[in-house]
Design a protein. Sequence first.
Length: 116
Amino acid sequence: MSGYAALLLYLAVAFLVALGISFASEMLGPKAPGGLKRTTYESGIVPEAPVGYFSVRFYRVAMFFMIFDVAVMALYPWATSLKTLHQAGFEKALLFLTVIGIAFGYVWNKGGFRWD
């Protein structure tokens, strides 16, 4: 159990630090920002027309891109250490690529990457 005590202490300290930073930001931050501060992008430039809401499709495509992009980036460490992993490492990476390929094909078939 002593191995988990350090982990629990770390999580407790991380939670308290996050809570403390949020509380300090709320207490020490400006209370009444001006009208320009509440506009889009907080740049101080008045927008010409109301932007409205983005379609959910935009966020869905962005999320799929992030998921598959991170999955592809996970292959970089495998590719750099392929000579030390031998056949077992190659087979596991092939299994990983197969699962990612099936997921990619499923999303593509369901139209998850369409903008319209």
